[in-house]
Design a protein around this ligand. Structure first.
Ligand code: COA
Ligand code: AMP
Length: 630
C-alpha cells in the first residue's frame, strides 16, 4: 500500500498528470485532451473538452460489464418497515424509462428539474434519470418550507418538478405535495408540469393538466439513451445557506464530479466495487448527493438509502441493524446522530445485539465532532473513526484520513490532512500563511480540484465576492481553524454567520431577515448557541417597536412560527426572547459571539469597542429566564 505522503506528493508535483490518470477511472465518449482549463482564471474548469455521461458511468457501465444483477441501491425504511433492493439492471431500466418520459414531455439537455422527495429509492432514480438525459437536477430538502422551495424555483426556473406526495417524520406526515402547491403559487416562475410519486401513507390531490402520477406518467414511454455531455456541463445545482435569505446555487459539472467521486471510494473510504457503503444522510444535502447516490454507484458499490432516524425508529439499534443486515463496510453519518444514540444507549447495549464484523470504518462530517462522541464510537464499534471535513461547495472531502493509504494516524479533534487537489492553508487577516498552531481563516489555494464548483448558478459576481475576493489566489472556505506541525487540520468555527444545527447548515442572517419582517420587531439577532445534542441551536433576540403593548409571549410564539413557515422545521428554531437592547460595538455591529458565550456560560473578554457594557448584564438576565446557561 502506498503512503499518504507519496499520494499527496504525486499530486503536488504534477497535478495535471495526477488528474489525467484519475480520469481513466470513468468511461468517456471522448477523452479530454487535458485536465485543467485555466483560461478563465480565477474561474477554473476540468475536463472541459471530454464527453461523457454520469448516469452511464453510475449505472449502464456496470450492466455492460456483466454486473447487472448486483444490487445498486438497498432502500430501507425504518418508518414503514419496507425494504427493497434494486439491481444495476433495474436501475438502468428505471432511469431510462423516467428519462424517456421526461424527454417526451419536452425536458432536454440543460433544462432544470427540481426534485422534492423524501428518502425513497425513486429520489435516486429521479436524479440519475435527469443525469441520463442531461437535465440539471436541483434537489430540495424536505424539511424546508414552501417559501424556500419557491425561492429555488424562481432561481433555477425548472421545466418540471418531481415530488413525493409526502414524507414521513416520527409522529407526523409531511405533506410535500401541499408544500409544493404552495411554493408554485408563491413563485413567479411556473414549471410546465409536475410528476408526483403517490405514497400510500398520504395520497395527494393532482391538478389535471399540471400534475402527473409517477407510474402513469412513465407508462409506455420510450427508453432514453445516455446523453453525451460536455465535461463542464452541469449535472446539478444544489442550494446552500449563505449570509442572506437568497441561497447560493452551487453548480456541479459532470466530468470532474464523476472522476473525483469515483477516486474517493477505494482511496478515501476504503470501499471497492461490489462492497456496500452507507451514508445516513438525506438526498437533499450534499452528503446525500455525493455518497448516497453518485459515488457508490459510480464505483460499482451497493449504496444503502435509509429513511428513518438514528433513535426512536424504533430504537437506538436501528443503525446497527442496517449495517449488519446489509454487510456495510464503510459508514458515514453526522456526529449529531451518534450523540443522539449515545444519549439513549450510553453503554452500547444495542450495539452488542448485532454482528457488526462487516464494518471497517466510520466516517463523520457535517459539523464538529466532539472528542467524547468519537471515543464512544471507537469504543463501541472497535473501528477507526474518521472525522473529515467538507462543504456543499466542494462536493467531496477537503481533509480526511484516506483509508486506502498507509502510515496515517488519526488525531482526535482533527479533521485529517489535505486530500489530493487541496492545498489547505491557514491565513491571517493580511492574507499571509500563519505558522503551525495559529488560528486563522482556512483557505484553499486555487484551483480547487475536479468535483468542486466552478461558480454559482446565475451569480458569478456573488461567487467571486463570497469566495475569491478576501484572499486573492485562494478559495475562502468560511471556516476558521488551525494546522498542526504534521499538517493535520482542526476546524474551530465559522467566520461568517452560518451555524450548524444537527448537521444542517443554516444562515442566522436569513433567520434575522424573517424575524425582522414581524410587524412588532424593531431589531433582532439570531445566535448559534452550543447544544449537547445538535451541536448548535439557534436562539433569537427580539427588540420590539417602542409603544408595542402586545404580549411578549404571543410575539415570541409568532416569531417561532414565522421561521417554521418561512424557512421550515429544519431550522429547529424553538427559542426566542424579548430584550430591550442588543449589545453592539460603537460602529453598530451586534456582538453575537459574546451573546453566545454568555448563553453557554463561558467566560468572555469585554469587547473593547462595546457601546454599553450594561446591556450584557441585561442579556444574561434574559437568558437565565429561559434556562441558559444549560
Ligand atoms: N422532511 C420534513 N421535515 C423534516 C425532515 C424532512 N426530510 N428532516 C427533518 N425534519 C424536521 C423534523 O421532523 C423536525 O421537526 P419538528 O420540529 O416538528 O420536530 C425538524 O425538522 C428538525 O429536525 P432535526 O434537526 O433532524 O431533529 P430531529 O429531532 O428530527 O432529530 C437527530 C434529531 C439528531 C436524530 C437528527 O437531527 C439526525 O439524525 N440528524 C442527522 C443529521 C444529518 O443526517 N445531517 C446531514 C448532513 S451529513
Ligand atoms: P455543508 O455545506 O452543509 O456540508 O456544511 C459545511 C460546513 O459544515 C463547513 O463549512 C463546516 O463549517 C461544517 N463542517 C463540515 N464538516 C465538518 C467537520 N468534519 N468538522 C467541523 N465542521 C464541519
Amino acid at each position: 500500500m502506498a503512503s499518504y505522503s507519496e499520494l499527496y506528493g504525486n499530486w503536488k508535483s504534477d497535478p495535471e498528470a495526477f488528474w489525467m490518470e484519475a480520469s481513466g477511472l470513468i468511461d468517456w465518449v471522448k477523452k479530454p485532451s487535458k485536465a485543467l482549463f485555466d483560461e478563465k482564471a480565477p474561474l477554473y474548469e476540468w475536463y472541459l473538452d471530454g464527453v461523457m455521461n454520469t448516469c452511464f458511468n453510475a449505472v449502464d457501465r456496470h450492466v455492460e460489464a456483466g454486473d447487472g444483477d448486483r444490487v445498486a441501491v438497498v432502500h430501507d425504511s425504518a418508518m414503514t418497515g419496507q425494504k427493497r433492493k434494486i439491481t444495476f439492471a433495474e436501475m438502468q431500466e428505471a432511469t431510462a424509462r423516467l428519462g424517456g418520459a421526461l424527454q417526451a414531455k419536452g425536458v432536454g439537455k440543460g433544462d432544470r428539474v427540481i426534485i422534492y422527495m423524501p428518502m425513497v429509492a425513486e429520489a435516486a432514480i429521479a436524479m440519475l434519470a435527469c443525469a441520463r438525459i442531461g437535465a440539471v437536477h436541483s434537489v430540495v430538502f424536505g424539511g424546508f418550507a414552501a417559501n424556500e422551495l419557491a425561492t429555488r424555483i424562481d432561481d433555477c426556473t425548472p421545466k418540471a418538478i418531481l415530488a413525493g406526495s409526502c414524507g414521513l417524520e416520527p409522529g407526523r406526515i409531511v405533506e410535500y405535495k401541499t408544500l409544493l402547491d404552495g411554493a408554485i403559487e408563491l413563485a413567479e416562475h411556473k414549471p410546465d408540469f409536475t410528476v408526483i410519486l403517490q405514497r400510500p401513507e398520504k395520497n395527494a390531490d393532482l391538478i389535471a393538466g399540471r400534475d402527473f402520477e409517477w407510474n402513469a406518467f412513465q407508462e409506455g414511454a420510450p427508453l432514453a439513451d445516455c446523453m453525451p455531455m460536455g465535461g463542464g456541463d452541469p449535472l446539478y445545482i444544489l442550494y446552500t445557506s449563505g449570509t442572506t435569505g437568497q441561497p447560493k446555487g452551487v453548480i456541479r459539472p459532470n466530468a470532474g464530479h464523476a472522476v473525483a467521486l469515483t477516486w474517493t471510494m477505494p482511496n478515501l473510504y476504503g470501499v471497492n466495487e461490489g462492497e456496500t457503503f452507507w451514508a445516513a444522510s438525506d438526498v437533499g444535502w450534499v452528503v446525500g448527493h455525493s455518497y448516497i447516490v453518485y459515488a457508490p454507484l459510480l464505483a460499482g458499490c451497493t449504496s444503502v438509502m435509509f429513511e428513518g432516524k438514528p433513535v426512536g425508529t424504533p430504537d437506538a439499534g436501528t443503525f446497527w441493524r442496517v449495517i449488519s443486515e446489509n454487510n456495510v463496510k464503510s459508514f458515514f453519518t453526522a456526529p449529531t446522530a451518534f450523540r443522539a444514540i449515545k444519549r439513549e444507549d450510553p453503554k452500547g447495549d444495542f450495539v452488542k445485539k448485532y454482528d457488526l464484523s462487516c464494518l471497517q470504518a466510520l466516517f463523520l462530517a457535517g459539523e464538529r465532532s466532539d472528542p467524547d462522541t468519537i471515543h464512544w464510537a471507537q469504543d463501541q464499534l472497535g473501528v477507526p473513526v474518521v472525522d473529515h471535513w467538507w462543504q456543499t461547495e466542494v462536493g467531496w472531502s477537503i481533509t480526511a484520513i484516506p483509508l486506502g493509504f498507509d502510515q496515517m494516524n488519526i488525531k482526535i479533534g482533527s479533521t485529517g490532512v489535505g486530500m489530493p487537489g487541496y492545498d489547505v492553508q491557514i491565513l491571517g487577516d493580511d492574507g499571509h500563511e500563519l505558522p503551525a498552531g495559529e488560528l486563522g481563516a482556512v483557505a484553499v489555494k486555487l484551483p480547487l480540484p475536479p468535483g468542486t464548483f466552478p461558480t454559482l448558478w446565475n451569480a458569478e459576481a456573488r461567487f467571486k465576492k463570497s469566495y475569491l475576493e478576501a484572499f486573492p489566489g485562494y478559495y475562502e472556505t468560511g471556516d476558521a481553524g488551525i494546522k498542526d506541525e504534521d499538517g493535520y487540520l482542526y476546524i474551530m468555527a465559522r467566520t461568517d454567520d452560518v451555524i450548524n444545527v444537527a448537521g444542517h447548515r443554516l444562515s442566522t442572517g436569513q433567520m434575522e431577515e424573517v424575524l425582522a419582517s414581524h410587524a412588532d420587531v424593531a431589531e433582532c439577532a439570531v445566535v448559534g448557541v452550543a447544544d449537547d445534542l445538535k451541536g448548535q441551536n439557534a436562539v433569537g433576540f427580539l427588540c420590539l417597536n417602542s409603544g408595542c403593548d402586545r404580549s411578549e409571549a404571543d410575539i415570541v410564539k409568532e416569531c417561532v412560527q414565522l421561521i417554521r413557515d418561512q424557512i421550515g422545521p429544519v431550522a429547529a428554531f424553538k427559542q426566542s426572547l424579548v430584550v430591550d437592547r442588543l449589545p453592539k460595538t460603537r460602529s453598530g455591529k451586534i456582538l453575537r459571539g459574546t451573546i453566545a458565550k454568555i448563553a453557554e456560560g463561558e467566560s468572555y473578554k469585554m469587547p473593547a469597542t462595546i457601546d454599553d457594557p450594561v446591556i450584557l448584564d441585561e442579556i444574561e438576565t434574559a437568558l437565565r429566564r429561559i434556562g441558559y446557561p444549560k
